[in-house]
Design a binder for this molecule. Structure first.
Ligand SMILES: Nc1ncnc2c1ncn2[C@@H]1O[C@H](COP(=O)(O)OP(=O)(O)O)[C@@H](O)[C@H]1O
Ligand SMILES: N[C@@H](CCC(=O)OP(=O)(O)O)C(=O)O
Length: 363
């Protein structure tokens, strides 16, 4: 299972006004146990602003963007330093990936982020993601890490998104102000009724309260990834959730991940195409295999890396549609050649496939 775990500031501080070291150790132990059981974990963390505030001796609260940027610039490296220290206790290496909304919007940046994330997971390194607050102006900010974690779950094609927070889950009303509110264990679909539970603006604490968690749930479940909002102080929360235990609120996925992805690929406008030889057309059509450059005899561009292209059989009929890993200019140079020659021809490689089977929809 590939899990994206989001830790809010409230979890990392454990009710105090600084990063709570013992809590970090507990959380890392939980992550390490889940990884030892064979799962992949991607961490999305908040806490940079808080860490900066702590490092500068708790200056008076100032919620302007400039101050947040300063505090996160100071705090991000300290936050990572702490993560590296506690990860080392469990023999884990960590990697820092800082993203903004622009990285999800631009195809090439999106694909590059995905490649780096994949490389970390392949090498057993724990990727730790936060918003790049220091450079994120209002137009390119995601703005809150709940939403960021949903974008990351899509990027990573996660099987589960776990959002740990200081509430035990989604309640029928904000439990801080409504002591009689009760836990909702399962949300089948994010409807207006569900949105209404988050309370109006102003009832939220932290960056977004429950509102941004529901938004994250909507984004991820729509792409086929289930989401759990659970209490960050529950012992071994991640291990228990991955094992299927009911804890907090579970938002059920809306269709399968593959269907969501295929819908997305088919919805793309695809002016570019590649013409396949008989063998490649058969491999793609009959076995749903990846398309290698060797099976391409003509490239009809222009198109960029990550664009949707039509895969045409020898008779000119469209056999499939998929996302190309190479732009048309590069693909023209490696068409008809063995994948092991890619690096020699281009001077770099984005992998052996022109279109990977995960990115391909047969027609
Ligand atoms: N319906 C609700 N159920 C649970 N919590 C809610 C609800 N509405 C608002 N909240 C508030 O959302 C808070 C969690 O969000 P937030 O403070 O932003 O945490 P984090 O730092 O983990 O993102 C809870 O402490 C709670 O006061
Ligand atoms: N990027 C910011 C966190 C923003 C955020 O969404 O915080 P939270 O509501 O605590 O998850 C930081 O590192 O401080």
């Amino acid at each position: 299972m590939r899990v994206v775990l989001k830790l809010g500031t409230s979890v990392l501080t454990a009710g105090s006004d600084r990063l709570h070291r013992p809590r970090l150790v507990e959380l890392m132990r939980d992550i390490s146990a889940v990884r030892a059981a064979g799962h992949e974990v991607v961490l999305v963390t908040s806490g940079a602003v808080l860490a900066g505030w702590e490092a500068l001796g708790f200056p008076p609260r100032d919620r302007t963007l400039a101050e947040k940027q300063l505090l996160s610039a100071v705090g991000q490296s300290r936050l990572m330093h702490l993560y590296a220290l506690v990860a080392e206790l469990y023999g884990l290496d960590v990697a820092q990936i800082l993203l903004t909304a622009a990285d999800f919007r631009h195809r090439t940046r999106y694909l590059n982020a995905r490649t780096t994330l994949d490389s970390c997971l392949r090498r057993g390194v724990l990727p730790i993601i936060n918003e790049n607050d220091a450079v994120a102006t209002s137009e390119i900010r995601v703005g809150d890490n709940d939403t960021l974690s949903a974008f990351v779950a899509n990027l990573a094609e996660a099987d589960l998104l776990v959002i740990l927070t200081d509430a035990p889950g989604l309640y029928t009303a904000d439990p801080r102000t409504h002591p009689d509110a009760t836990l909702i264990p399962v949300v089948e679909r994010v409807t207006p009724d569900v949105w209404a539970l988050a309370g109006g603006a102003g009832s939220h604490r932290g960056t977004g309260g429950m509102h941004t968690k529901i938004q994250a749930a909507e984004i991820a479940t729509r792409a086929g990834t289930p989401v759990v909002v659970a209490p960050g102080d529950a012992p071994e929360a991640l291990r228990r959730l991955v094992a299927g235990e009911a804890l907090g609120t579970r938002f059920l996925e809306n269709g399968t991940r593959l269907e969501a992805r295929k819908r997305w690929i088919l919805a793309e406008i695809a002016p570019g195409s590649v013409e396949l030889d008989e063998g490649a057309a058969r491999a793609v059509r009959e076995r749903g295999g990846s398309l290698l450059p060797a099976g391409i005899h003509r490239v009809n561009g222009p198109f960029e890396r990550g664009h949707t292209v039509r895969l045409l059989g020898p008779g000119g009929q469209e056999v499939a549609r998929g996302l190309t890993r190479y732009p048309s200019s590069d693909l023209a140079l490696i068409a008809g050649r063995h994948s092991r020659d890619i690096e020699a021809v281009l001077g770099f490689t984005h992998g052996p496939e022109a279109v990977h089977r995960d990115d391909l929809v047969r027609l």
